[in-house]
Write a protein that binds this ligand. Structure first.
Ligand code: ZN
Length: 240
């Protein structure tokens, strides 16, 4: 974001120092040493003066290593990538967390190169993986309220607010989404990184995006606004 006349404040996901905010002084001046390198979703090596007692640090250098131009020219790839980055920047732990950093970087690279018909399921898989990496994996094989094992067959009663599957006894106490066998198996596959990605038609893809958004909103964000995630959820998917 812009800061005063000539500076920018940037939010950075770093591997060694976690997620932080830094001021890039003079970044908006025509001859700034940052040039045009401070672009959303780009990779680089940063030099930062850390202020131990302040929230805002100072960006000394940003050496751009990868400008993800193929994300910027496709609305679908871009909205999914920004939603992923938003999740990371909002919910990564305060301490350095290389696992989520590596996941974000890897996911952006996959989104750059996935065939266009796979972008939606890849994005769903990567967002669920990020949710899990940040410590909020949904429980799918036992009731999230009382631990009752959930049978592997049939429909799944899923509560976004509770954080996963609920048994029939608990279902009456909480709002549930009923997932038929097809949607249930697609969700299992999206959440499990070693499973093959499911195929989703437009209607089911949209339902899965909404389910994921609800899960994040209730379970991680506690109702707070997540504009990038909401935009991705509502965007029409362009399919051949
Ligand atoms: Zn239960």
């Amino acid at each position: 974001m812009r800061y005063r006349e000539t500076s920018k404040i940037v939010r950075l996901a770093t591997r060694d120092a976690g997620v932080l905010s830094a001021i890039a002084k003079g970044a908006l001046r025509p001859k700034s040493r940052f040039g045009a390198s401070l672009q959303p979703l780009s990779d680089g090596v940063v030099e930062i003066y850390l202020s131990p007692h302040r929230e805002l640090h100072t960006l000394a250098e940003f050496e751009l290593t990868h400008l993800r131009t193929s994300l910027a020219i496709s609305l679908e790839r871009y909205t999914a990538s920004v939603a992923l980055a938003e999740l990371m920047l909002r919910f990564a732990p305060a301490n350095p967390h290389p696992e989520s950093f590596d996941l974000l970087q890897g996911a952006l690279s996959i989104l750059e190169t996935s065939p266009s018909e796979a972008v939606e399921v890849v994005a769903l898989r990567m967002l669920w993986r990020m949710v899990s990496e940040l410590g909020f994996a949904p429980a799918l094989d036992r009731c999230v309220r009382d631990g009752t094992p959930i049978g592997a067959e049939g429909e799944l009663l899923f509560s976004a607010a509770e954080g996963g599957a609920v048994c029939t006894r608990c279902a009456s106490a909480v709002g549930v989404t009923r997932l038929g066998p097809g949607d249930r198996s697609a969700l299992d596959a999206l959440v499990d990184p070693v499973r093959e990605l499911p195929e989703l038609d437009t209607r089911h893809g949209r339902a899965h995006r909404r389910l994921l958004e609800r899960y994040i909103r209730y379970h991680l964000a506690d109702g707070a606004e997540l504009p990038a995630l909401q935009f991705w959820t509502r965007a029409e998917t362009a399919r051949a």
